[in-house]
Structure formats: structure tokens, C-alpha cells
Design a protein around this ligand. Structure first.
Ligand code: BTN
Length: 320
């Protein structure tokens, strides 16, 4: 949102304020104020004209400006009703030199998951990608993925969902009991991080986050769940704002990310099977490294550090 429009919006929120008073305060013409007010109305903000001047009467339910308004994090949000993949659009913005941009969509027609899997992205979900330019070597990038998983977990918990993180970055609702899925719970959200850079420095990072928010489970693939199914529909504007603010706080405090991830992890302490490119690793998940790798203690007592793979939580071995 451009600076003057933001200033007009803030003044209307504190209003009523007359056009001439606003023009004086912002050092712009009355016609310019009128244009900004009309543009805000076009963008879905309700601006009432009263005897005492303009006053903000309502904020759009969802969208770029709706998320930016009141957001306590420095992101500019580009909104699409539909887009192939927010990660693809974010990569274009990254190639154009943008930073701290967010691409947000109501629906994706070609959503991508990890390992080139399709990601169901019906209308009502939260599909977004952040464009970042962190001044770090590539080895530090996994911390951003972990931070995103923490941020989404916290926003989901605030929405009333019993969310936890399954390594590496799935946000799940853990299940127990005889009918529980072996994988570690039903998937609520996932994170897909992509980057470009050199050995010593990252050029850009795109962190794509998909949250099954106000969607029916029948419209999703696999063992998935949604905020709607767990806790009822959520205010997506507030959800995205909380997640972005939490992410912004964590990226500013990288030393806190691992502890926050561990606290929310459903995987640590579980017996797991991780399918890696070099075969399966089975054992107890005992920790995560600063690079986001899972430490698995195998039956022989070896500690294996697993950097990538599909993780399943196994049922505990029955006591003899
Ligand atoms: C996973 O496989 O768990 C990661 C899923 C990531 C999906 C999100 S939705 C927003 C962004 N755009 C995409 O195409 N993918 C990510």
C-alpha cells in the first residue's frame, strides 16, 4: 500500500476527519484525498461520509490490503483470487529484486508440495509465499522453514486447533487410538521453501505456506484435516496476520527458533521411519539440529542425522 494511502487509512480509522483537514495534515490536495478515499472504497474498505467528515466503517474480509491493514510486520501483500502457484509468483517477484513481499491467494490451480507433489488448494484455504532476502549462508535457510512451521502452528492453535509439528515442517493434528493414521496425525499445513544463491550467501528465499483453513476435508488429498473440520471457520485475515507477525518475530530472533520448534514438535520422542534417498532410517527421533536435520537413534544405538525425507511416526513397539 502506498504511504499516503496508508496515512489516509490511519486517519480515517481515527476519524471522523474532513477532506480539507486531511489534505492539510498530509500536505496533499483535496482532490488527492478524494481519490485515495475512492480507491480505498474500490478495494473494499467501507468509508462513511458523515457531517463531521470521513470515517472508516469497515475493513474488507480478506485480501492484500485487508491483511496489510493493522499488520505489525513489514510485509507488502499481493493478493490473487486465483493463481497457479503462489511460490511461482513469488519467485518472479524475487527475480525482480523484491524483498519482504507476500503473495496470497484464495485458490491455486497448480499448487506444489515437497518432492514435486501436487498440493490441493481449493478456495477458502490460506495459500501464501514470502519473498525474503536474508543475509545468511544457505545452511541457515532451514531455520526459516522451521520458523514458518512454528508461526503457522501458533496461528492454528490461536484458532482453536490442537496443532503440532511433524518433522520436517508439516503442521499436523496428532491422533491417537487404534484407528490413528501411522504417519503422525492428519496434515493441516505444509511449508515449501525454495531459494537461489551461492555457497556463501543466499540471494533470495521463497517460503511457501499452505494451510487447509476454511476448506472441506473431502476436497483435500491424503490424510488431511482443516481448520474448518477441527474448530470451525477462522477469520483468514487475522490468521494470516498472526502467522506473518510470528514469523517476522522469529526471523529477527533466530536463536529462539529451534527451542520454539522443539516445544511444538510431535516427532521428538516418537519412534519413526524416515524414507530418505539412501533408504529407510528407523529409530527414535531424539532431536533436531540447528540445520533442521532430524537426529534418529537406531536400535543399535547409533545416532543418524537425517537431512531430508518422508517421516512417519510408528506405533510404539508393544511391551512383551
Ligand atoms: C508440503 O508438501 O508439505 C508443502 C506444501 C506447500 C504448499 C504451499 S501452498 C502456497 C505455496 N504455493 C505452492 O505452490 N506451494 C506452497
Amino acid at each position: 500500500m502506498n504511504e499516503t494511502r496508508r496515512a489516509v487509512l490511519d486517519a480515517l480509522a481515527d476519524g471522523p476527519v474532513t477532506g480539507p483537514a486531511l489534505a492539510d495534515a498530509l500536505d496533499v490536495s483535496r482532490a488527492a484525498v478524494w481519490k485515495h478515499v475512492e480507491a480505498l472504497r474500490d478495494d473494499g474498505f467501507a468509508v462513511d461520509s458523515t457531517d463531521d467528515g470521513y470515517v472508516l466503517a469497515g475493513v474488507p474480509e480478506y485480501g492484500g490490503l485487508a491483511v496489510e491493514y493493522g499488520l505489525e510486520a513489514p510485509f507488502e501483500v499481493e493478493y490473487h483470487d486465483a493463481v497457479a502457484s503462489t511460490n511461482d509468483r513469488a519467485r518472479e517477484l524475487a527475480a525482480d529484486g523484491r524483498r519482504d513481499a507476500v503473495v496470497l491467494a484464495d485458490r491455486q490451480t497448480g499448487g506444489r508440495g515437497r518432492r514435486d507433489r501436487e498440493w490441493s488448494s481449493p478456495t477458502g484455504g490460506v495459500w501464501l509465499s514470502l519473498v525474503l532476502r536474508p543475509d545468511v549462508p544457505p545452511a541457515r535457510v532451514p531455520l526459516l522453514t522451521l520458523a514458518a512451521a512454528v508461526a503457522v502452528t501458533d496461528a492454528a492453535r490461536e484458532a482453536g486447533v490442537d496443532a503440532a509439528i511433524k518433522w520436517p515442517n508439516d503442521v499436523v493434528v496428532p491422533r491417537s487410538g487404534p484407528d490413528a493414521p501411522e504417519r503422525g496425525g492428519d496434515k493441516l499445513a505444509g511449508v515449501l521453501t525454495e531459494m537461489e544463491g551461492e555457497a556463501s550467501r543466499v540471494s533470495w528465499v521463497v517460503v511457501g505456506v499452505g494451510v487447509n483453513a476454511n476448506v472441506d476435508v473431502a476436497d483435500l488429498a491424503g490424510d488431511a484435516t482443516s481448520v474448518r473440520a477441527e474448530a470451525g471457520d477462522v477469520d483468514r485475515r487475522a490468521f494470516v496476520q498472526r502467522a506473518l507477525e510470528r514469523f517476522d518475530a522469529l526471523r529477527g530472533d533466530p536463536g529462539a527458533v529451534l527451542a520454539a520448534w522443539r516445544e511444538r514438535a510431535a516427532t521428538l520422542g516418537e519412534r519413526v521411519r524416515v524414507d530418505t534417498a539412501d533408504g529407510a532410517v528407523v529409530g527414535d527421533a531424539v532431536d533436531v539440529t540447528e540445520h533442521g536435520a532430524l537426529v534418529v537413534e537406531t536400535a543399535g544405538g547409533d545416532r543418524r542425522v537425517v537431512h531430508a525425507g518422508d517421516c512417519q511416526h510408528l506405533r510404539p513397539v508393544a511391551e512383551p
